[in-house]
Write a new protein. Structure first.
Length: 143
């Protein structure tokens, strides 16, 4: 429930950012960092308070929703209308395949490593995605 509420808040909040195309790419990387940091805070605060777990989970989802919304907008401004439908179809097809595979893999990780370790893996993976995406943004800026 906390993640869902964070996602709803992120959907409302992202509308207030006025980003150009270059800023959109950097914003995605910043969102990965925010989501990763708050996801790492979930297990780190587990012994302190359930409310902190819920708050950190909600804020992590807020960042992810803003990133997803911004990514969709970036795709729409990056391609001509002649190919946009095909690009969106490819994205949707990849997501349709990845969601059940990710759910299955996540279930195996939780089963083998436990819920707390899974949160650490999730947070670190988000931060690694941020580092990768920042590298892509920097590489594009040099061109």
């Amino acid at each position: 429930m906390a993640s869902s509420l964070g996602g709803i808040a992120g959907a409302f909040l992202v509308q207030h950012f006025k980003l150009g195309k270059k800023s959109m790419e950097l914003f995605i990387a910043i969102c990965f960092v925010g989501a990763g940091v708050f996801r790492l805070l979930v297990p780190l605060t587990a012994s302190l308070s359930v409310l902190l777990i819920l708050l950190n989970s909600a804020v992590s989802s807020l960042w992810l929703t803003m990133m997803n919304t911004d990514f969709e907008a970036l795709v729409q401004v990056s391609f001509s209308s002649a190919v946009l439908g095909r690009i969106e179809t490819i994205n949707d097809s990849i997501l349709s395949v990845m969601i059940p595979l990710g759910t299955m893999a996540g279930g195996l990780v939780v089963d083998r490593l436990g819920a707390i370790s899974t949160q650490y893996i999730y947070g670190v993976t988000l931060l690694l995605a941020a580092v990768y995406y920042l590298g892509v943004v920097r590489h594009k800026a040099k061109k």
